[in-house]
Design a protein around this ligand. Structure first.
Ligand code: PEP
Ligand code: MN
Length: 334
């Protein structure tokens, strides 16, 4: 961390400040006295330092981090890619492409088992489906809840596909014990109490990017989970809110190579929530694969016009089959 002090600060005031930094944060402080101002270089673990607090000090002109505030998620401290093994045939982050496919919401046994069989035949290696749904309106369908989890397990039993489903509260963690990947939705990316509790379990977490979260905020949320000991985190880019209203969100394709550069964690892309429109799913999925995504999460429904949630962005099983063929072909040509 580099701190530039304001000009003409009394030497004893500078000494008082540097002593405080050393004592409070256990860092080494290097000092350069220039003609107009003094620059301090903090060496050591600066992750615990509140940069806004430093910036607000009377004698400080400006402050800049030279090291990212996340450690466990940082590629600098973990150069090799993290590979998350889900079962004998699914390892995410090993260079292969995995597709998590299924409905936005689990609606019935017939629906989820039928979709699971179909997406598996098209090449999906994981089944997605919401049992607890975070809906914008309190009057909208909120999910089948515990029954939805049981139906996902029934679909897993029929097809062998591991299941991915969203958690919304800490008190539900025990209920998610038999889920293969726990999804933290965009709206809960900064539910720090939930993240801390998920850090204590040994279970892969799919952490979706918050609606207006910066890449650093997103990585700091991953850090919350990892700091507790659970290092099995996948980051999911699902579009961010911009001024554009044509699409539901704007897919931040650049986040894919950026995350790959900054972090060793696998990146999954959700073209369904990013676009809100089924016809945009294929081009966005292709862009994501070309940009280096380790996986995709795609909404697929047996009857999109009558889906209980997110019908407009859901692919039919036939459409999904075509999209899967194209993205796997693209992947193998890279
Ligand atoms: C979902 O996956 O169904 C979902 C609610 O996604 P997000 O949290 O990205 O909006
Ligand atoms: Mn959805």
């Amino acid at each position: 961390m580099i701190i530039v002090l304001k000009p003409q600060i009394a030497p004893e005031e500078i000494t008082r400040f540097t002593d405080h930094l050393r004592d409070a944060y256990d860092v080494k402080v290097n000092r350069w006295d220039g003609v107009h101002s003094t620059v301090l270089g903090l060496i050591g673990d600066t992750t615990r330092i509140d940069i806004e607090y430093i910036d607000a000090q009377e004698i400080v002109e400006s402050v800049k981090r030279v090291q990212e505030p996340y450690k466990k998620a940082n590629r600098k401290f973990h150069p090799e890619n993290t590979v998350i093994k889900i079962n004998d045939s699914v390892s995410i982050g090993d260079g292969s492409l995995h597709i998590m496919a299924g409905p936005c919401s689990v609606e019935s046994e017939e629906q989820i088992v039928g979709i699971a069989k179909s997406v598996k035949a098209s090449g999906a290696t994981l089944l997605r489906g919401g049992a607890f749904k975070p809906r914008t309106s309190p009057y909208a369908f909120q999910g089948l809840k515990a029954e939805g989890l049981d139906l996902l397990k029934a679909a897993r039993k029929e097809t062998g596909l591991p299941i991915v489903t969203e958690i919304m509260r800490v008190s539900h963690i025990d209920m998610f014990e038999n889920v293969d990947i726990i999804q933290v939705g965009a709206r809960n990316m900064q539910n720090f109490e939930l993240l801390k509790e998920l850090g204590k379990i040994d279970k892969p977490i799919l952490l979706k990017r918050g609606l207006s979260a910066t890449i650093e905020e997103w990585l700091m949320s991953a850090e919350y989970i990892m700091a507790g000991g659970n290092e099995k985190v996948m980051l999911c880019e699902r579009g961010i809110r911009t001024y554009e209203t044509y699409t539901r969100n704007t897919l931040d394709v650049s986040a894919i190579p950026i995350i790959k550069k900054l972090s060793h964690l696998p990146v999954i892309v959700d073209p369904s929530h990013a676009s809100g429109k089924s016809w945009l799913v294929e081009p966005l999925a292709m862009a994501a694969v070309a940009a280096g995504a380790d996986g995709l999460i795609i909404e697929v429904h047996n009857d999109p016009p009558h889906a209980w949630s997110d019908g407009a962005q859901s692919l039919t099983t036939n459409q999904f089959d075509k999209v899967a063929k194209r993205v796997f072909a693209l992947k193998s040509s890279l």
